[in-house]
Design a protein around this ligand. Structure first.
Ligand SMILES: CC(C)(COP(=O)(O)OP(=O)(O)OC[C@H]1O[C@@H](n2cnc3c(N)ncnc32)[C@H](O)[C@@H]1OP(=O)(O)O)[C@@H](O)C(=O)NCCC(=O)NCCS
Length: 155
């Protein structure tokens, strides 16, 4: 039985290992996503500094004591000229490969939406690599629409 719950302080190392897998996966799409050697340590430090910030939620999927996925979400602000002031952002979502396709990603997203709803946030956004077709299908199946195309050029 999979439980979704807030991360504990002593679990940040395990989360950073999963985050490293997530970033390595992203790196296969474009080298803009390649990370530094120290990246995992930087990520853990940032997560521990986040402490009890009520605008952030770091949730884990706990399968009988084993962490198999996580979701990091937070409340963010739009530039002041937009009518929409606050929105929810899903920064990182990852389920270990061998545990995918069993509804864990869906549960992690449901937990993030519950967190945002409690805070009266009614728009949720995220970024996904354009070549990450499976994940785009995942988000579409959860009712997410396309909003922007993020473009780049090297000069
Ligand atoms: C995206 C990810 C978190 C999904 O986790 P998951 O536990 O496999 O997802 P679920 O089993 O909850 O799937 C929920 C629904 O999404 C859809 N879905 C999931 N994977 C899919 C795929 N590869 N192709 C098409 N649809 C898919 C299905 O409709 C599924 O519903 P169903 O179970 O009723 O068929 C996981 O694949 C992952 O970690 N990917 C690598 C990291 C990543 O891309 N993260 C997101 C960055 S934005």
């Amino acid at each position: 039985m999979i439980a979704i719950r807030e991360v504990r302080g002593d679990e940040l190392l395990k989360i950073s290992a999963m985050w490293g897998e997530f970033m390595a996966f992203n790196g296969t799409f474009n080298d803009s996503f390649k990370i530094k050697k120290r990246a995992r340590a930087i990520f853990s430090k940032e997560m521990s500094e986040r402490g009890d910030n009520p605008d952030c939620r770091l949730a884990v999927a706990d399968d009988a004591g084993q962490l198999i996925g996580f979701c990091y979400s937070y409340i963010s602000l739009k530039p002041k000229y937009f009518k929409l002031e606050k929105f929810g952002f899903v920064g990182d979502l990852f389920v270990k490969e061998e545990y995918r396709g069993r509804g864990t990603g869906r549960l992690l997203v449901a937990d993030a939406l519950k967190f945002f709803k409690k805070r009266k946030i009614n728009q949720i956004e995220l970024l996904v690599a354009q070549q990450n077709i499976d994940t785009i299908k995942f988000w579409e199946s959860l009712g997410f629409d396309h909003l922007l195309t993020w473009m780049f050029k090297r000069i």
